[in-house]
Design a protein around this ligand. Sequence first.
Ligand SMILES: [Zn+2]
Ligand SMILES: [Zn+2]
Length: 125
Amino acid sequence: MNLRCPKCQSDMEKVSTAHGVVDRCTQCHGLWFDLMEHEEMRADAALVDIGSEKIGREHNTLGRIRCPVCANTTLIRMVDPQQPHIWFESCPVCYGRYFDAGEYRDLAQHTLMDVFRRWRAPARD
Ligand SMILES: [Zn+2]
Ligand SMILES: [Zn+2]
């Protein structure tokens, strides 16, 4: 069964990679991750997050939206602690997360850069 995009109400389609499966909106290209899938699929961010950042930014400010899985649960807006410019929505019941188009790419890119910076940092003892 296809989920319905909580932001624009269009159909979402399953997109699978070597690391997992994500639901992506066929119109606005927002992404819905089930519990922890967003952690496992970061290496695939460029493959799955193909949407327009402009549309993502417009959708980012939409108000209360419902969980596409739990239907009557309102998603909670959260901020990534390392990257406070990234707002995403999380379900308090199923722990799924919704990222607007472009946000997941942004998140994953910063994560990779952080890893790189740590790796480059001189060893301390
Ligand atoms: Zn949508
Ligand atoms: Zn839910």
